[in-house]
Design a protein around this ligand. Sequence first.
Ligand code: ATP
Ligand code: MG
Length: 441
Amino acid sequence: MTQLQSLRGMVDLLPAQTRRWQAVEAVARAHFQRSGLAEIRTPLLEVTELFARGIGEATDVVGKEMYTFVDRGDRSCTLRPEGTASVVRSAIEHGLLTQGVQKLWYAGPMFRYERPQAGRQRQFHQIGVECLGVSSARSDVEAIALAWDLLRDLGVTGLELQINSLGTLEDRQRYRQQLVNWLEARVDQLDADSQQRLSVNPLRILDSKNPSIQALLADAPTLLEALSDESAQRFKSVQQLLKQLAIPVQLNPRLVRGLDYYGHTAFEITSDQLGAQATVCGGGRYDGLVQQLGGPPTAAVGWALGMERLMLVLEAAAAKNPDGQAARLTATPAPDLYLVNRGQQAETLALVLARQLRAAGVVVELDGSGAAFGKQFKRADRSGSAWAAVIGDEEAEAGQLRLKPLQTEGEERFFALNDLDAVVAVLQTTTDGRFASENQR
Ligand code: ATP
Ligand code: MG
C-alpha cells in the first residue's frame, strides 16, 4: 500500500512546534488584551461571493489562489484565503457596527493555492487585527504600534517597517492613469504577468517580485507624488506620530495593497532573514470595504501577520542570541518535577502523587516505564527538570518520597507523601514561585 501523505502545501505542526506556537500565541493574546481588543472567530468556509466582492476579482488571491467548490446544496463555497472579509461580514451580519468602535483580533488557518516554498504554504496561519469605526491618523499608528511591539516583544530582530500612502480613490485614479501611460511606453520591458496586470490591476505591478520589473520601476512616477494636499498632510501626521513613538520607518513609494477599498496608510513589516518571502506582517487602512460588503460607511484599519514566517524569523533570532527572548520562547520548557518510581506499590502511589501535584499547578513528568532506577534517572536528567522525586519500595513502605536536586549538588530530602505543601514549597524555590505551565513569558 502506498504511504498516505498530507496534501502539497499543507503542513503538520508537530509537538516541538506547537509548543512554540502556543508560546507566541500567548504573547499575542496578552498584547491584544492590554490593548482592549476582543477575539473574533469566524467560519473557515464562506460563500465565494464574499471574497469575490471583498478582495476583488482582479487580485491574484481571487483570480487564481482560492479553494472553491460547490457543496451538496449547490452553493459555491470557498475556504477563507484571508481574515478581513470574514470579520467584516460577521460585524455587519451581527450589527456590531452599530455598537461603537470594534477592535478585534483573530488567529487561524487560511488557504491559498500557491506554489509552496519556504514561508509560503497552501494552508498557512495568520494572526490579525481589525479596528472598525476608527478614522484618525492616530488609529493607524496605534494599529502599527501593536504589530511592531508584538514582534519586538517576541525578540524578533532585523525588522523593517515600510509605509506608503495610497491616498483617496481620486488620488489613485489620477495616479493609475499616470502609471499606465508610463508603463505603456515601456510595455516591451514588462514580463507576461505585468503585461496582464497592466489592463486589469496596474497598481499591482508595483508589487512585482521580478527584479527586472523592480529595476524598471525605479524611475516610474510614484503615488506619493500624486497625492492631494489633504492626503499628503494625513500621511505626514502618520509619520510624525510614528516618530513620536520612536518606531523607525522606511518610506516605500511602491508599497501597494492593490485593491480599490484600500486607501491612505499601507504598511508592511519585513525581515532580513526570510529571502524572497520577506514580509512578516502587512496591513493598512480600508475605509471602503465595509460599504462594499453591504454595511454602513465605516472607516477601518487592520493587519495580518503570517505565523509560519514569524516562526522562521523567531528561530533565526533564537539561534543568533541563545540568551534572548526568542530563544526562551522557542525552548522546550522542562517539567518542574520528574517522578522516578518502581515497584508495585510505589508505582500506584506515584500515579496518585502526580495527579495531586498537577492539581497544585506543578508540571510533573511521570515515568511510566517501570524500568531500572538508573534508566529512569537518565531520562530525568535529559528532561532538564530541576528536581526528581523518587518513590521505590522503601519509600512506599515508609509513606515517603525522596526529593533529589538534579541541576545542583544539594542534599536529598525526604517528605511525607501526605505533606504535599512542603514539596510544592521546595519546588517553588527554584521556579521563583511560578511553575513551567505559567512560565512561558
Ligand atoms: P505575499 O506578497 O508574500 O504573497 P500577501 O500580500 O499575499 O503576501 P497578505 O495577504 O497581506 O500577504 O497576508 C499577510 C501575511 O500573511 C503575509 O505578510 C505573510 O506573512 C502571510 N502569508 C500570506 N500568504 C502566505 C502563504 N501562502 N504562506 C504563508 N504565509 C503567507
Ligand atoms: Mg500573496
